[in-house]
Design a protein around this ligand. Structure first.
Ligand SMILES: Nc1ncnc2c1ncn2[C@@H]1O[C@H](COP(=O)(O)OP(=O)(O)OP(=O)(O)O)[C@@H](O)[C@H]1O
Length: 250
């Protein structure tokens, strides 16, 4: 069996007396979409923060591509191949879609483009940014200020920004939050396309989307993974239904 691209080993984090991450072990295998679901306050966002380095775990390890990254800074994790999108839209409204992505390309490519003259460096940056926009279906919106894009397009732009860093693993924190039914459908189609190219760890409340997209699902309740399995296994798991799915599925 292949090695996990991301491995969480007995990760723990307390806030005061509250165990927000309570011994989490989780493997994300290369090429899979692995969804983390769980009720509000289960600790999903904290877990993503521990993976990206925004929150330091009290103990345990985050291993990425065989390397222990538990104590690496966020920028160094990005350079190692981790990228994330945020629950809250984080694009710069006054910049064009292209410039928003170009910023991310520059942040990654500073070293690789440094040897080029400014004009060719700018061209290389813009070409890489356009390629990322094309990957999410926004090539024809490149010149539009991000603030004028629809909500769904902004979410797609965030994905392009993440893709521009050439990630090996994409961390998506509620990519469908706030999207209407049509936008949701379009974003699911987009994520389905990306699925063939990227390994994805997905935190998402929309169960229909999770069940449509995920290869495997881990269920987090009070900071603990109570089950990991395929969509069918998770849907049929009585403990999961009792702890979580029962709430949504009535
Ligand atoms: N910095 C902090 N200090 C104290 N408590 C915190 C902090 N961050 C999170 N918590 C608590 O940890 C628990 C888990 O929060 P977290 O945001 O990780 O859950 P979540 O599963 O992402 O929730 P949601 O689905 O509502 O986004 C909550 O009870 C929250 O109040």
């Amino acid at each position: 069996m292949a090695d996990a691209l991301l491995r969480l080993v007995d990760l723990r984090k307390h806030y005061g007396g509250l165990a927000v991450t309570d011994g989490v072990c989780l493997d994300v295998m290369p090429g899979e979409i692995h969804a983390v679901i769980g009720p509000n306050g289960a600790g999903k966002t904290t877990l993503i923060h521990e993976i990206t380095g925004i929150v330091a775990p009290d103990s345990g390890r985050v291993v990425f591509a065989g390397r222990d990254i538990t104590r690496l800074s966020l920028p160094r994790r990005v350079r190692a191949g981790l990228a994330r999108t945020f629950q809250i839209t984080s694009v710069v409204a006054g910049f064009t879609a292209l410039d928003n992505v170009a910023l991310a390309v520059q942040a990654r490519g500073g070293s690789s483009f440094r040897f080029l003259r400014p004009a060719s460096s700018e061209r290389a940056t813009n070409e890489a940014a356009l390629a990322a926009l094309a990957e999410v279906g926004l090539a024809d919106r490149a010149a539009i200020p991000a603030g004028a894009l629809s909500h769904g397009e902004k979410r797609a732009l965030e994905l392009a920004i993440a893709l521009a860093t050439k990630p090996r693993l994409l961390l998506l924190d509620e990519p469908l939050a706030g999207a209407g039914p049509e936008e949701t459908e379009r974003l699911i189609a987009l994520l389905t396309r990306l699925k063939s190219t990227y390994t994805i760890l997905l935190v998402e409340h929309d169960m229909q989307a999770v069940f449509a997209l995920a290869d495997r699902v881990s269920v987090l309740v009070y900071g603990r993974v109570i089950a990991t399995g395929t969509v069918a296994e998770i849907r049929g798991d009585p403990a999961v239904r009792a702890a979580y799915l029962g709430e949504d599925e009535g």
